[in-house]
Write a protein that binds this ligand. Structure first.
Ligand SMILES: Cc1ncc(COP(=O)(O)O)c(C=O)c1O
Length: 404
């Protein structure tokens, strides 16, 4: 029997739990910035697996690294040493502020680890009974109970209450509220340099620097959630580099293994000393195959200068979106940095625009009813950007409800 979109829909209805609202496309192949569906139709991908496929789809170097590792050793657990995990930790230490790494399988797990490490470090290394974490309203840190409690979107947690206690949410880009929220029970401030799932809101430079300064002054930890902003997405390998301050803990996931499931917590040696054998762990975390993939991703980013490309093409993309906004009057705002961009529509037609883009062969994402989000592979070209912006112009001109 042929497996097509109809077959996939039917199977999902029968056998999958309905927690996703899917778009009507069945993708079967990817290469570089392109995807193909079951009918053979080609698309330019401006979502890249929600920011994960930073080096593009099915990059030859990543395939080779994974194939090599899969044929040698797939899995033994963290009861033992394996080479790719140590090598990846060493590379990340070389490229970032951090000295040490812990690996897990997703962004939410990386943030769970960060919350546990911040509490443990404060209590056992510093001897201070601090447990509260201050995070920002509109933030997104994941969907497991701790990360969900950290997430500053009450509607996401409310159906699952009671959530983990010990989290305080304050308005983003508001230093005064942040400072007021920190008390003698606070162990950490946890922020995204750019709020991604919340709608692509960029932290102001004085805000992030101020947050760092508050943490220093009050003797608490700054945790940066770079699950979405990390791995070159913003035009720097890590977004904190734009701000001239380094965190004590950083979490990564999405782009780190180029589309394979991984999460990482990076920390200074001092803070990392909070975890002792048995304090935390993961059966699959730091698995040789995903670590081999991540090492290949770092190589590809460097060899193909994809972080610079993200910066250069991102500037062009942003400029073109702003021009489109002026020409059509459809956008309330264009936001973002590098290749993490959003256009906020004046009218609530984002999903309609996404569906039209699919018809035109462009994969884009919407956040809620008003926000179009763009997270292409970091190898996207200005020509591909111009193609999308041209298509968006046509779509917005034809949709009377979209143009302002
Ligand atoms: C900033 C941030 N943190 C955490 C997460 C959760 O990551 P995951 O879906 O891998 O658990 C996301 C996912 O979108 C994210 O954007």
């Amino acid at each position: 029997m042929e497996y097509d979109l109809q077959a996939a829909k039917k199977q999902e209805e029968l056998y999958l739990i309905g927690n996703y609202g899917r778009l009507p496309v069945l993708f079967v192949r990817g290469h570089g910035t392109r995807l193909w569906d079951d009918t053979g139709k080609e698309y330019v991908d401006f979502v890249s697996g929600l920011g994960a496929c930073v080096a593009g789809h099915c990059h030859a170097e990543i395939i080779a690294a994974v194939a090599r590792q899969v044929s040698q050793l797939i899995h033994v657990t963290n009861l033992f040493y394996t080479r790719p995990q140590g090598e990846l930790a060493e590379m990340l230490a070389r490229y970032s502020f951090a000295d040490k790494a812990f690996f897990c399988n997703s962004g939410t797990e990386a943030n769970e680890a960060a919350i546990k490490l911040a509490r443990k470090y404060m209590r056992e290394v510093r001897g201070e009974d601090r447990y509260k974490v201050v995070t920002a309203l509109r933030s997104f840190h994941g969907r497991t109970m701790g990360s969900l409690a950290a997430t500053g979107q009450p509607s996401k947690a409310q159906p699952f209450e009671p959530v983990t206690p010990g989290f305080v949410h304050v308005p983003f880009n508001d230093l005064e509220s942040l400072e007021e929220a920190v008390d003698e029970e606070t162990c950490a401030v946890m922020l995204e340099p750019i709020q991604g799932e919340g709608g692509v809101y960029v932290a102001d430079v004085p805000y992030l620097r101020g947050a760092w300064e508050i943490c220093r002054r009050k003797g608490i930890l700054l945790v940066l959630d770079e699950v979405q902003t990390g791995m070159g997405r913003t035009g720097a390998l890590f977004a904190y580099e734009h701000y001239g301050v380094a965190p004590d803990i950083m979490t990564l996931a999405k782009g780190l293994a180029g589309g394979l499931p991984i999460g990482a917590l990076l920390a200074t040696s001092e803070v990392a000393s909070g975890f002792k054998p048995g304090d935390h762990g993961s059966t699959f975390g730091g698995n040789p195959v995903v670590c081999a993939a991540a090492l290949a991703v770092l190589t590809v980013l460097r060899e193909e200068q994809l972080v610079d490309n993200a910066s250069r093409v991102g500037k062009h993309f942003r400029g073109e979106l702003e021009r489109l906004g002026r020409d059509t009057g459809a956008f309330a705002e264009v936001r973002g940095m590098g290749l993490m961009l959003a256009a906020e529509l004046k009218e609530p037609v984002a999903r309609e625009v996404v569906l039209h883009c699919l018809e035109e062969g462009y994969v884009v994402n919407n956040i809620g009813d008003n926000i179009l989000r763009f997270l292409p592979p970091l190898s996207i070209s200005t020509r591909e950007v111009d193609g999308l912006v041209g298509a968006l112009g046509g779509i917005l001109a034809e949709s009377p409800s979209a143009s302002g």
